[in-house]
Design a protein around this ligand. Structure first.
Ligand SMILES: C[S@@+](CC[C@H](N)C(=O)[O-])C[C@H]1O[C@@H](n2cnc3c(N)ncnc32)[C@H](O)[C@@H]1O
Length: 262
């Protein structure tokens, strides 16, 4: 049998080295996957598909109400007047989580149309459940990557407001590329929004708040409603979402950013 002797000094050296190597490999391998997928023409996604367990109520709602309130990516360019059967401002919530915020806004503003886009099926099931329970007629739901929806379904100058609350922060340096708020994405949003339309974002990650402000500040299509470089006060009407509550539990502050298209 071979015996390896190790002094305390060796351990002091080896442990940090192993830690750094393991970290590099874990970030590096994911980076390589992203790089190779972008070489194949795929873009880096802002989410990781989680299966998530569906409750019986969510499963029932998906089966029963998605055919009624769901819109399909394969439907081509959307004509909102036809979809909602009326002429009204259309508001989009991106990554609505469990859907409480979009349901509350839709209930408070029956005069507006709402479209929620979320890839996490349990959340979609929950929103469908709320739509049915609250008898909301002004909400439609999509289960697709919003990037594809904006590219293929939503026409230019057609959104009166866009809400993005507590997007995944992707706070590790090697994951920052996955952040949904980036120049390319917001430029596409600007094109789909009506003149004077509102883009409202909120995050509990200081570094992401700063990043959002930088991206927005560099885009001439938007004006900060709070003044250049300033964060907005949290509007009372914004629903306290699950992820905002999580931020509070972690002791995080929250930053709101409100811009209008000019
Ligand atoms: C951190 S959660 C926040 C959920 C909710 N807004 C809240 O405040 O509780 C971010 C959500 O965005 C969704 N998401 C991320 N990228 C998306 C994309 N490209 N298209 C649609 N949904 C996306 C995720 O599935 C996730 O549910």
């Amino acid at each position: 049998m071979i015996k390896v002797s190790c002094s305390p000094n060796d351990i002091l050296f080896v442990v940090p080295v192993v830690f750094v190597v393991v970290k590099k490999i874990s970030c590096g391998s994911r980076f390589m996957q992203q790089k190779s997928s972008s070489l194949k023409g795929h873009r880096i996604r802002s989410f990781v598909r989680r299966q998530g367990r569906l409750t019986a109520a969510q499963s029932f709602a998906l089966e029963k109400y998605l055919p009624k309130f769901g819109l399909l990516a394969s439907d081509g360019e959307f004509n909102f007047e036809k979809i909602y059967q009326r002429k009204a401002p259309t508001h989009l919530e991106i990554g609505f989580g469990n859907g409480q915020s979009v349901a509350n806004m839709a209930a408070a503003h029956p005069e507006n149309n709402y479209l929620g886009v979320e890839v996490h099926r349990p959340g979609v099931g929950n929103l469908l459940r709320l739509i049915h329970k609250q008898e909301l007629t002004n909400v439609r739901v999509m289960t697709d990557d919003v990037f594809d929806v904006l590219q293929n379904n939503i026409i230019d100058n057609s959104l009166a407001a866009v809400y993005i609350y507590f997007p995944d922060p992707w706070h590790k340096r090697c994951h920052v590329k996955r952040r949904i708020i980036n120049q390319e994405f917001v430029t596409m949003l600007a094109a789909r929004m009506e003149m004077a339309g509102l883009l409202h974002m909120a995050t509990d990650w200081k570094d992401y708040a700063w990043h959002m402000m930088k991206v927005m500040g560099d885009l001439p299509q938007f004006k900060n409603t709070a003044g250049e470089g300033a964060y907005s006060l949290r509007p009372e009407w914004r629903t306290l979402t699950k992820f905002e509550q999580r931020g509070h539990r972690l002791g995080h502050d929250v930053w709101d950013l409100m811009f209008t298209k000019i």
